[in-house]
Design a protein around this ligand. Structure first.
Ligand code: ZN
Length: 221
């Protein structure tokens, strides 16, 4: 288990699982993830969505990924209750591509949920977990075009790989959005490991593992 490298804002358990973690240490599956931007209040039931949030202590929520970015958020609400969220952000989720509702990609929509409950962006503690990083994330131009729709896009997030094709820095893209939303850079605890680079530790869909997944999960208390 890998733990975000930042102090939590209130007592919580959180982490990013690896292939070394036994299944019984992982959360129950409550999201049917579809690479869109739906975010639900966790209820314990299995529902379609790519993110969930809760204020309930003891309810472990999470997302399953194998190259996409697991995103964890934690912050206090004005009444003192803790609020946590787990989001699944591949390129489709991060850009909002294919889910053209208001609010942009799933990180923007997740932070918006917190703000709608009265939270203040700079109070959020945030972490991106292991994912396919720029070293291996070769993408088509349609992905870059989708990312360019986000107001926080910077051309430096796209590099050219050995083949001349584009590589996208998905962590960097999400970080640019986070800062644009007013999140505090000193409250980031991301774990920047590449799923393709680390077959000893992490599952990677692009490397050919179509069934194994790691979790990003969080639980108040
Ligand atoms: Zn890599």
């Amino acid at each position: 288990m890998l733990t975000p490298d930042v102090p939590p804002p209130f007592p919580l358990s959180w982490g990013f699982s690896t292939r070394l973690d036994p299944p019984e240490a992982l959360p129950p599956r409550r999201l049917n993830q579809v690479h869109r931007c739906g975010i639900v209040e966790a209820s314990g039931a299995l529902v379609e969505g790519d993110g969930s949030w809760t204020t309930s202590p003891g309810l472990r929520i999470g997302v399953r990924v194998a190259d996409c970015v697991p995103v964890l958020l934690a912050g206090p609400l004005p009444d003192g209750r803790p609020w946590v969220a787990a989001l699944h952000a591949g390129w489709r989720g991060a850009t909002g591509h294919g889910d053209p509702g208001p609010g942009g990609g799933i990180l923007r929509r997740g932070v918006a949920r917190y703000l709608a409950l009265g939270g203040t962006a700079e109070n959020l503690v945030w972490a991106f977990g292991p994912a396919i990083l720029a070293c291996h994330f070769e993408v088509g131009e349609e992905v870059i075009a989708a990312a360019r729709q986000d107001p926080a896009w910077q051309e430096g997030l796209r590099t050219r790989g050995p083949s001349g094709r584009s590589h996208l820095d998905l962590h960097g893209f999400l970080r640019a959005q986070a800062l644009d939303l007013g999140l505090d850079p000193s409250r980031e605890g991301s774990v920047a490991l590449c799923t393709v680079c680390r077959p000893d530790l992490l599952y990677s869909y692009r490397r050919g593992e179509t069934t194994g997944r790691q979790w990003g999960w969080i639980e108040i208390g």
